[in-house]
Design a protein around this ligand. Structure first.
Ligand code: FE
Length: 139
């Protein structure tokens, strides 16, 4: 992983074999980035994505293994109980240009990953909401 800061923005390269979510989380923790947005592109070979079923309040993750382009990764950085909390969604495309996507749990870089973090000076804590059974922005 490599990173460089320009003003309130960070340019990040995540390398082959590194897992995106954990790498971004550690980077935010180390550099005290508590609030902001993330976007990225790259290549991945192993992704766990899912969707949340509102009615049953259950998350349905699926692991995809293959050659995928990360056509879009987008999300936000906040905190929950003082810990860095990432909410990331991803869209990937296969060799036939079909796309898949969802809420991102993990993705391992197969080629390279290029990300931009835009840091917001501030802090917003998440709180668990019983009605939707999700960790919502703002306390
Ligand atoms: Fe989500």
């Amino acid at each position: 992983m490599k990173l460089k800061k320009f003003g309130n923005k960070w340019v990040v390269r995540i390398d082959k074999g590194e897992e995106i979510v954990e790498t971004l989380k550690q980077l935010c923790g180390k550099n005290k980035i508590k609030l902001g947005s993330v976007s990225g592109v790259g290549g991945t070979g192993r992704v766990t994505v899912g969707s949340y079923k509102a009615k049953t309040k259950e998350f349905y993750p699926q692991e995809l293994i293959g050659d995928y382009e990360i056509t879009n990764l987008i999300g936000n950085i906040s905190t929950m109980n003082g810990e860095i909390y990432l909410h990331l969604h991803i869209t990937i495309s296969d060799l036939n240009n079909n796309t898949f996507g969802g809420h991102l749990t993990s993705a391992i870089i197969s080629t390279t990953g290029e990300f931009i973090i835009e840091e917001i000076e501030g802090k917003i804590e998440r709180e668990f909401n019983e009605e939707v059974r999700l960790n919502l922005l703002f306390k």
